[in-house]
Write a protein that binds this ligand. Structure first.
Ligand code: GDP
Ligand code: GDP
Length: 438
């Protein structure tokens, strides 16, 4: 997945533009899935193309008086991490010193930079935008994030600049392959320790991933009956030391690791339990429709009674609801405890993730369930589901064909999902349910 980063000084309209690019569709999808929407990271869909967007400014607290040094850090990170950098300015103020400083950094950047002048709400303001050519960054694009004008042309241009293939392909089913596994989590939970425990001396860096994730490493693991590609960002920590505290940085890193994997191992520190940052990463996994294994690490530090693990399990599931049909493994990397259980769980999740349910079996089972518990009548209309099929997408997705798809509510979709989960093992996999017109 290609990544667009929006940079610029405060108040030029970065978050307004971000929201427009992400659109309302995703907000709705996230809401119905019970996922808290990340205000600064999302996916932009445009004419059959899709890419990720981060609003770098969103990750700074106290937006009113951000230090310029903070913004410079963000610009630097955006240059390092993104595939295309969108530099946002605004027509009303003209070029400020701050804009100059950002432009100076961007002029040295080898990645594509798109310079955009915002708040061109009416055509007459377009003339004022010409002064921005003085930034020395080539062509400028004029838009109004508020009313949307100019954003279509801008998106066409961005899609052209993206190095990777951005085409949305619902039929993106890839034949079973060696599973790609990413270990993710906030700093200090034990990701590097886990990676080292797994790879040990056999660490064998096969290839840097092409294109977007050029500095993510892949290691081929083949031991104890498990074969997979470990998508590794932990080895890159040294370079990042200075900026590691930035939430923006961890998010960028997590996004890349998650997007290039099939199954994510979400590591959580038992000492601190599940907090906001862990939830944010979990939501990235769900939003990217990836398989997930939850690992509670540093289990050695927890005082245990007879049912401690069961109580933890319950409380974690309650926090992760509604998507909590997940394996949870309690580990101590320090004591090499249950490390292989993590691999077993990840392998099982991948099996579920790549599973195809034959259409005949799916219909037999699900139509019987639907018959036993029909969709509620709405406005006196009877909703009939006639056929169900698994879509050829990478993650488990099902289309239910019916006469009035718009009348199927979320609670009925949840019913369908639960039934799918109870008949066919999809533990660790988010499930997408689509209602389609027959
Ligand atoms: P950020 O700090 O760069 O994220 O900027 P915001 O998105 O918070 O926007 C700053 C202010 O500019 C807000 O009051 C927005 O409503 C306003 N704004 C954003 N885009 C436009 C636009 O296209 N036209 C006008 N007139 N105002 C805008
Ligand atoms: P990362 O930032 O997620 O890669 O975390 P590290 O692997 O660097 O680990 C952070 C710290 O936690 C290090 O001091 C590790 O030694 C320690 N640590 C990792 N796993 C465990 C564990 O299972 N138990 C305990 N007690 N400490 C651990």
């Amino acid at each position: 997945m290609s990544l667009l980063a929006i940079v610029g000084r405060p108040n030029v309209g970065k978050s307004t533009l971000f929201n427009r690019l992400i659109g309302t569709r995703q907000a709705i999808v996230d809401e119905t899935a019970g996922v808290t929407r990340d205000r600064h990271y999302g996916k932009c869909e445009w004419c059959g193309h899709e890419f990720s967007v981060v609003d770098t400014g969103g990750y700074t607290s106290g937006t009113d008086d951000i230090f310029e040094s903070e913004i410079r850090k963000q610009v630097k990170l955006a240059i390092d991490e993104a595939d295309v950098v969108l530099f946002l300015t605004e027509v009303g103020t003209g070029i400020t010193d701050f804009d100059e400083h950002i432009a100076e950094m961007l002029r040295r950047c080898t990645k594509p930079v798109v310079t955009v002048v915002n708040k061109v709400d009416t055509p007459d303001k377009g003339a004022d935008a010409y002064q921005f050519y003085a930034l020395g960054l080539g062509d400028i694009w004029t838009i109004s994030s508020a009313n949307g004008s100019g954003t279509g042309d801008l998106l066409d241009h961005i899609v052209e600049l993206m190095p990777g293939d951005t085409t949305i392909n619902e039929e993106s089913y890839t034949a079973p392959h060696i599973p790609r596994i990413a270990i993710v989590g906030k700093p200090n939970v034990g990701k590097s320790s886990m990676t080292n425990a797994l790879l040990g001396e056999d660490r064998n860096i096969v290839t840097p991933i092409a294109g977007t994730t050029r500095d993510t490493l892949e290691s081929h693991y083949n031991k104890f009956g498990h074969e997979f590609i470990l998508v590794d960002t932990a080895g890159l920590r040294k370079k990042a030391k200075v900026t590691e505290d930035l939430e923006f940085y961890s998010v960028m890193r997590a996004v890349k690791a998650i997007e290039s994997s099939d199954v994510c191992i979400l590591m959580i520190d038992a000492q601190s339990g599940i907090g906001a940052q862990d939830m944010a990463i979990f939501n990235l996994i769900v939003r990217n429709k990836k398989g997930c294994v939850v690992v509670i690490n540093k289990w050695d530090t927890i005082q245990k009674e007879s049912n401690t693990m069961a109580r933890w399990r319950e409380s974690i599931k309650a926090k992760l609801a509604p998507f909590n049909d997940l394996p949870i493994v309690f580990t101590s990397v320090l004591n090499m405890q249950r490390i292989l259980d993590v691999l077993d769980a990840a392998a099982k999740v991948y099996e579920n993730y790549s599973k195809r349910i034959p259409t005949s079996q799916l219909n037999e089972v699900m139509l019987a369930e639907i018959e036993a518990w029909r969709p509620p009548c709405i406005k006196g209309k009877t909703v009939k589901i006639k056929f169900v099929t698994q879509l050829p997408s990478a993650s488990p997705s099902f289309a239910f064909f019916c006469n009035l798809p718009q009348y199927i509510n979320d609670s009925y979709k949840r019913f369908l999902e639960n039934k799918l989960r109870s008949h066919f093992d999809f533990t660790g996999c988010p499930i997408q349910i689509y209602m389609r017109q027959k």
